[in-house]
Design a protein around this ligand. Structure first.
Ligand code: HEM
Length: 392
């Protein structure tokens, strides 16, 4: 594991680049047994086997997420199985369907990105992470949910702390409580007067003729906030990093905008923000020739799968012209990312707006070279750029 950050309270999770270790894992055995906190566990690193495990949600159960994320999120969709999962997922899936997103495109997504770019377009210099990508998806998910947009910074902090709860339980629990306290008056307001927002949909949703209890309502809200805020902004940063690192490709993309979705898909393959998902075995099984025992946790390395040399030539390389960009960045099967259409829409609109509004965009040569870092969640911390300022 390279370049561990010694200031981190959890140094094993703060790495510059886990991909070399995962390449070695794939070369040795695509399914390997390991001891994790004294418990027999498995790690799956190849595309074929990660996909097979994701498809078999009865054997590879998501209920482990209640153990790991439950203390911070409560009753979450991500931890449900079978018919119960289908019923809960159906409650919110309409809000994220491609047809519904057209409404958010003009009402929320385009105004949000342009508002952020208005603040920097005349400056000629910016940090695209701090000034744009870190603020953009969190404002969108806050808008879709119906949370006041001016509170998005606090929400971002809570979302981050809830997401990394297993690494810092004290902060995770405090953030989870704070988010619930903050949301309570909004939830109560929507109970009485529903509006055109997701909190109203969730509060008034019924399963078998009964409204959701508070544990499920806040469980949904505590999952959607981090899921919407913490993921897309990192992929957007990595996509901009890839383009800025290859100025000739950036020039092509500026001139041929149909390449923007290609850049996004290749980034999702090359540097997804969510590099792994957890499962637990409901029965004995065998995968990749390895016998696996019932009750064992399984880590499915989607990031590693996306760089499997059995699937892609030169997998470590970001190549916009790659014909096959297939990936498991959004998972697969029952828990396939509910927000993937929203994420793709935010990325496409956001990157196009940056290319339109910040001409002659390049990395700032006076700034330190940026890098993508992280283990379970990856993205660049900063992207300092310069561009031709807009006339004031
Ligand atoms: C590029 C951005 C994103 C990435 C890489 C990503 C990745 C993922 C992955 C890998 C899963 C599957 C987890 C599992 O199988 O255990 C997932 C599920 C989920 N994602 Fe995303 N996601 C992104 C954006 C979003 C957005 C914008 C939302 C909107 C709120 C969202 C909401 C969800 C939800 C609710 C689930 C759980 C679905 C279920 O359990 O049925 N995601 N995501």
């Amino acid at each position: 594991m390279a370049d561990v950050d010694s200031d981190s309270p959890h140094p094993q999770f703060v790495v510059e680049d886990p991909y070399p270790d995962w390449a070695s894992a794939r070369a040795e055995a695509s399914v390997s047994e390991l001891e994790f906190f004294g418990r027999t566990s498995y790690q799956v690193s190849s595309f074929e086997n990660v996909e097979a495990a994701l498809r078999d949600s009865e054997t590879f159960s998501s209920s482990i997420n209640l153990e790991t994320m439950g203390p911070y999120m409560g009753q979450v969709l991500l931890a449900k199985n079978g018919d119960e999962h289908t019923r809960y997922r159906n409650l919110v899936s309409t809000a994220f369907r491609a047809s519904r997103l057209e409404h958010w495109k003009t009402e929320l997504i385009e105004p949000t990105i342009h508002n952020l770019l208005d603040a920097i377009a005349c400056e000629g210099r910016a940090d695209l992470v701090a000034d744009v990508t870190r603020q953009y998806p969190v404002q969108i998910i806050a808008g879709i949910m119906g949370v006041p947009l001016e509170d998005h910074a606090t929400f971002h902090e809570w979302a981050e702390q809830i997401n990394t709860g297993p690494l810092d339980p004290e902060k995770g629990v405090a953030a989870s409580r704070a988010m619930r306290e903050y949301l309570t008056p909004i939830v109560e307001d929507r109970r009485l007067e529903p509006r055109d927002d997701l909190i109203s949909d969730i509060v008034h949703a019924e399963i078998d003729g009964r409204r959701l209890d508070d544990e499920h309502i806040y469980g949904f809200l505590r999952l959607l906030m981090p899921a919407g805020a913490e993921t897309t902004f990192r992929v957007m940063g990595s996509c901009l990093f890839a383009l800025l690192s290859k100025p000739s490709v950036l020039q092509r993309v500026v001139a041929e905008r149909e390449l923007v979705p290609e850049a996004i898909e290749e980034t999702l393959r090359w540097e997804t923000s969510v590099t792994m998902v957890s499962r637990v075995l409901t029965r004995e099984t065998s995968l990749g020739g390895v016998e696996m025992s019932k009750g064992a946790p399984v880590m499915l390395l989607t990031g590693s799968a996306n760089r499997d040399e059995a699937r892609h030539d030169r997998p470590e390389e970001w190549d916009i012209d790659r014909a096959d960009k297939s990936h498991l960045a959004f998972g697969w099967g029952r828990h396939l990312c509910l927000g993937m259409h929203l994420a793709r829409m935010e990325l496409e609109i956001g990157i196009n707006a940056i290319l339109d509004r910040l001409p002659d965009l390049e990395l700032d040569p006076a700034a330190p070279t940026p890098g993508i870092r992280g283990y379970a969640f990856r993205g660049p911390d900063s992207l300092q750029v310069r561009f031709r300022p807009a006339a004031t």
